[in-house]
Design a protein around this ligand. Structure first.
Ligand code: ADP
Ligand code: GLC
Length: 497
């Protein structure tokens, strides 16, 4: 007799809270994840709603918004909830409209001078209070989630606030980057009227200040980070940002789930930003992208000269100092280098100066350009990510699909996604180095350039391996569903160990 088919698991109601989501607003990989993971969960037929601050860019990006709630009693100023759809997917989006906090131009976290907005403590406390009210069905939406999925410090207060509620949904907190913690003076905490009972060492207090990320780390039912290796690393003092003790204590509730890539956005066969499409079976288009990129950047159109790309936030995490140290030596070689990024002003200035010095070999673009980032992925031969630490990293995953061999340091998600050339032609997908030193980076670059120059067939084999890798969201989204179910099991069983 045939076995009865297993009963399909119950559809989950998921409230996904984040401070950025592509294509509405993005400063880095969190934006990519918060745009793609809810869509992947939606495709798995889950009832997922995305909640974001109503930044000016987000409101303009959705366009067709309707007011769905005027009854958020969470702030001295009136708050509204606006509803629309995430462009390109069927995911419903709620925007927390607090114009005095969010209806501003520019970056979600910093002003035009590059410094954090001075009222960030209040902005993200208001956002967290609104998310908590929606989670408790106190916003008049007649929808109650089974689980609230919070991301990074901007949403850290949500699990903390919800922990005070007897009938609350389960909570999951994802660490995308442990180094950004949302630390504010104790006086801010008091003036914002945040609950005094959460002010404790195993609560939100951190060396006399308020730590928003500790709200997520201490109170969420389940924790995860965005790669298995980073989930291990953050339990050690070297990567733990002074929170490794806490994370060791909660190790039983902490897992690593590798980010996926959204191949609807990042596939050279369909990418609308590219002058010509290509794929593993039709590679000619890649050369056309290289040539077009060289022309766009004002570099000589030389097919045989290796083109090396870097796209990212110009901060210490990304190993920009290592790159700056080796660039003068690297640029003595017959190479071309293109760098797109913004961040630390000293790094910006030093990189721009190098480009002035080597106009035929080095192009530096300071700023943020989604379109140019795609064209660099397609046009370059080699993609650099010499990160000192990297929770997951998405650009190396995109590089694999674009046949642009990633050269990475063996850390976090980079270690989990790139196999070094020395592992043999059946497995290798790029180049990996260990020590965070300029010497190790340069040696590995020279090793890569040697292969490019002397064994083009070997290079193409690595390209073929890289392009065959599949990091689509489907698998990771299923892993998140498992995590949500675990969180639901643990919720209500008292404060987690
Ligand atoms: P992180 O989140 O630490 O910044 P990731 O590799 O996970 O690093 O993701 C970075 C994302 O942000 C990628 O989609 C990358 O292309 C994009 N990005 C970073 N800097 C820029 C920039 N200056 N212009 C365009 N896209 C950028
Ligand atoms: C963070 C990390 C990055 C990760 C991204 C998305 O910004 O720095 O490694 O890929 O979040 O999870």
């Amino acid at each position: 007799m045939a076995k009865p088919a297993p009963r399909p698991a119950k559809k989950l109601k998921i409230l996904f809270a984040a401070s950025e989501a592509h294509p509405l607003i993005k400063t880095g990989g969190l934006g990519d994840v918060a745009g793609a993971l809810p869509a992947a969960l939606h495709n798995l037929r889950q009832d997922v709603r995305l909640i974001l601050p109503a930044y000016r860019a987000a409101m303009l990006g959705i366009g067709n918004l309707k007011i769905v709630s005027l009854s958020l009693q969470t702030d001295p100023y009136p708050l509204r909830l606006l509803e629309g759809k995430l462009p390109g997917s069927g995911v419903r989006v709620w925007l927390v409209d607090a114009p005095h906090y969010f209806d501003r131009d520019g970056n979600p976290y910093t002003g035009a001078d590059g410094h954090d907005w001075p009222d960030n403590a209040a902005r993200f406390a208001t956002f967290a209070r609104a998310v908590s009210a929606v989670a408790l069905d106190q916003a008049g939406l007649r929808w109650r989630p089974d689980v609230v999925h919070c991301n990074d410090w901007q949403t850290g207060l949500v699990p903390a606030l919800l922990s005070l509620e007897p009938a609350r949904p389960a909570t999951v907190f994802t660490i995308h980057n442990l180094a950004y913690q949302g630390i504010f003076p104790a006086a801010d905490y008091r003036s914002l009227g945040l609950p005094p009972q959460l002010w404790a060492m195993d609560g939100l207090e951190f060396y006399g200040q308020a730590s928003y990320i500790k709200g997520g780390l201490n109170y969420a039912d389940m924790l995860n980070t965005v790669s298995p290796t980073y989930a291990e690393e953050i339990r050690t003092p070297a990567f733990g940002c002074q929170l490794d003790g806490l994370l060791r204590a909660r190790a039983a509730r902490l897992t690593g789930i590798l980010n996926g890539a959204d191949y609807a956005e990042w596939d050279p066969a369909t990418d609308p930003h590219l002058p010509q499409h290509y794929s593993a079976n039709a590679l000619q288009g890649k050369a056309a992208n290289k040539s077009a990129l060289q022309q766009e950047l004002g570099l000589p159109r030389a097919a045989e000269v290796p083109l090396i790309g870097f796209v990212g936030r110009l901060v210490e995490q990304k190993g920009v100092d290592l790159l700056l140290t080796i660039l003068p030596q690297l640029l003595q070689q017959e190479v071309q280098v293109v760098i797109l990024g913004s961040g630390n002003k000293a790094f910006e200035t030093a990189l721009a100066a190098l480009a002035v010095h080597y106009p035929q070999r080095c192009h530096v673009k300071i700023g943020f350009s989604e379109a140019l980032a795609h064209r660099i992925e397609a046009g370059a031969d080699l993609f650099l990510m010499p990160s000192r630490y990297e929770p997951c990293g998405l650009n190396q995953i995109y590089s694999l699909r674009y046949g642009t061999l990633p050269l990475v340091r063996r850390t976090g998600g980079l270690a989990d996604t790139v196999q070094d050339w020395s592992e043999g032609t059946d497995r290798a997908t790029g180049f990996v180095f260990d020590e965070a030193t300029p010497r190790a980076l340069l040696d590995t670059l020279l090793r890569a350039l040697k292969l490019y120059g002397s064994d083009r067939r070997g290079w193409r084999r690595v390209m073929a391996n890289a392009m065959a890798r599949d990091y689509s969201w489907q698998q990771s989204a299923k892993a998140y569903l498992e995590l949500y179910r675990l969180a639901i099991t643990h919720a209500g069983a008292g404060k987690a160990p």
